[in-house]
Ligand binder design. Structure first.
Ligand code: PD2
Ligand code: ZN
Length: 283
């Protein structure tokens, strides 16, 4: 009896010592990476006034140009739909970037055009009534534009070379873009860069009534479009936000559900910048 009791005590003490040393080792490993919740680094970053908080700004990436270009810590992606693939990127542009893009666009705005199905040529049409202009190769050399192009390429995971130049758009009261696909129906436009596979639409202004970007086949819910309640999904134009959507499905084929349009503006001026990304390099 005495022997059994002694053996049990020995095993129990052994188990306790083993667990404590394992816990100590784990804590040491966490602290050496600065990830342990008890580490001084964690406490400095996360604990203010006794409450756990997310770090403010981008403390991990101070003085890191790449992190600045990607706006790490500011941009918040949200999946709006997987089929068609639509991702909202809140805070994608800084206010300064929005103002800069509008300033470059303003003096050069002309009536927007659409691609003619049969010939692939750009023509004026009442399907699209906004004003627009494309950034020039000179405009694209500006560091702020280069930062935006790089950010787009990283979030869309498509090389910058595959991007068409950014197009700046302005919609005034009653202007709209009827539902359409961004991919081409002609072969003429495919010669330079192949098909359009994704679009990044960046909103440059606030205080717009209407002017939503509308996906009629984006789910079975209801949404607002130019003051009407309609079926589908819509994105409200909010300064600095961007919407990334795919003209290709996960099967690599053109996705007919990626149909989208710009709802009529009811009041205010909607400014946007659009970037189409191709399958291959676009020159
Ligand atoms: O401005 C828009 O919301 C919008 C919507 C759909 C723009 C485009 N398409 C486009 O320029 O392709
Ligand atoms: Zn479009």
């Amino acid at each position: 009896m005495k022997f059994i009791f002694g053996l049990l005590s020995f095993v129990t003490i052994g188990l306790i010592i083993g667990s404590v040393s394992q816990l100590t080792l784990l804590r040491q490993l966490e602290d050496s990476h600065g990830t342990g919740t008890k580490s001084p680094r964690f406490r400095r970053l996360h604990q203010r006034d006794g409450f756990l908080q997310l770090p403010r700004g981008i403390p991990f990436w101070k003085n890191d140009r790449e992190a600045e270009i990607l706006r790490l810590g500011y941009i918040k992606p949200e999946v709006l739909s997987w089929s068609p693939r639509i991702i909202l990127l809140r805070n994608f542009l800084s206010m300064e970037e929005c103002e800069y893009l509008k300033a470059i666009g303003h003096p050069h705005l002309r009536n927007s055009q659409v691609v003619e199905r049969e010939t692939g040529k750009s023509i004026k049409s009442n399907v699209r009534t906004s004003y627009g202009m494309f950034l020039s190769s000179e405009d694209r050399k500006h560091p702020m534009v280069q930062a935006i192009e790089k950010r787009i390429s990283i979030y869309a995971q498509i090389p910058t070379e595959n991007g068409e130049p950014i197009q700046i758009l302005r919609y005034e009261k009653n202007q709209y873009y009827a539902p359409h696909h961004d991919y081409f129906a002609d072969t003429y436009n495919l010669k330079n860069g192949g098909q359009r596979i994704a679009t990044v639409l960046m909103y440059l202004s606030d205080n717009v009534e209407g002017g939503e970007t509308y996906f009629p086949k984006g789910g079975s819910g209801e949404c607002n479009c130019g003051g009407k309640i309609v079926k589908g999904l819509s994105v409200k134009p909010t300064k600095g936000n961007a919407v990334l959507f795919w003209s290709m499905g996960l099967n690599g084929q053109a996705d007919p559900n990626a149909l989208h349009g710009a709802c009529e503006v009811l009041s205010g001026k909607k400014w946007a910048a659009v970037k189409w990304m191709r399958q291959g390099p676009h020159v």
